[in-house]
Write a protein that binds this ligand. Structure first.
Ligand code: ADP
Ligand code: MG
Length: 281
């Protein structure tokens, strides 16, 4: 056997091993859901954190993979920044967040706030691979994956690496600029063969807490309209509520801090629709 083909054989063997590891880890996770958006700042991470908390409140075992390599924000939203990922013989252990949620994020690997992650595609793919193959997620009911905006390397890696991903949820806001990019996300999901579980409209109608007057700051109904147009399920609207951003900054999940609010009810309804769409009763 020539040197070259031996090398190729070894590389193929290593890839097979890694795939086997990912399969073994992911087989213990009942449902894997990726959260995407066309653009940034639409509340994708906040929605991911609150959906996860909502699943956890109902007694499910939940993990969040923060796959936003350049802008990891899940640890901040759950007030667990500054912790380190610990490794042992079985692998890398996730950090526990509120409600015993298991969290893995690039943020746990960065020495300071000023450290930018200047990585290209293959390195990012490598990090995501490790988060899947080496992290001891253990048995989980739901693993939510918070992706960076757009259709770059991270969503592609997730689509390629996670076996039997239930599908993707796309977060948008009612404004037209956000609607245009939703089409790209749906197009991406279809291209890579992922099911679109549905669309969530975030930052929808704001109700003034003093006078009850309703304001459509970014417009209204855009989410449902685009979902119909693209023939994907509409999962629901989450109102614009300053308390959501306050709680996010404080690192307490909004749905725990404000269980009686309309926004929490919206999150709960969306969780029900997600369960229906991925066939859990
Ligand atoms: N429904 C909402 N009402 C008020 N503020 C929100 C809402 N959803 C998100 N935010 C705020 O909007 C900003 C962007 O949210 P983030 O989740 O970081 O967006 P993305 O992950 O899409 O970039 C944050 O300051 C967050 O607290
Ligand atoms: Mg984000």
């Amino acid at each position: 056997m020539s040197m070259q083909s031996k090398e190729v054989d070894e590389r193929l063997k290593a890839i097979k091993e890694e795939e086997k590891m990912i399969s073994a880890r992911m087989n213990k996770v009942k449902h894997k859901i990726a959260v995407m958006s066309g653009k940034g700042g639409v509340g994708k991470s906040v929605v991911t954190a609150n959906l996860a908390a909502s699943f956890a409140v109902h007694g499910h075992l939940v993990g969040i993979l923060d796959a936003d390599i350049h802008g990891p924000s899940i640890p901040k939203l759950l007030d667990i920044r500054g912790q380190m990922l610990q490794a042992g013989p079985p692998g890398i252990f996730p950090v526990f967040g509120p409600l015993r949620m298991k969290i893995v994020s690039m943020d746990f690997l960065l020495p300071s706030d000023e450290t930018p992650v200047i990585w290209r595609g293959p390195l990012k793919m490598g990090a995501i691979k490790q988060f899947l193959s080496e992290v001891v997620w253990g048995p989980l009911d739901y693993l939510l994956i918070d992706l960076p905006p757009g259709t770059g390397d991270e969503p592609l890696s997730i689509a390629q690496l996670i076996p039997r991903l239930d599908g993707v949820i796309i977060v948008t806001i009612p404004s037209e600029v956000s609607q245009i990019v939703v089409k790209r996300s749906v197009g991406f999901a279809r291209r890579v063969g992922l099911k679109v579980i549905g669309l969530i409209e975030n930052m929808s109608t704001f109700t003034c807490p003093n006078c009850g007057q309703k304001y459509d700051i970014f417009g209204s109904g855009g989410g449902r309209k685009i979902a119909e147009e693209l023939k994907v399920p509409f999962l629901g609207s989450i109102p614009l509520d300053p308390r959501i951003s306050e709680d996010s900054d404080k690192g307490t999940p909004f749905i725990i801090n404000h269980p009686e609010s309309n926004a929490t009810k919206a999150f709960e309804q969306i969780v029900e629709r997600i369960k229906e769409t991925i066939n859990i009763h």
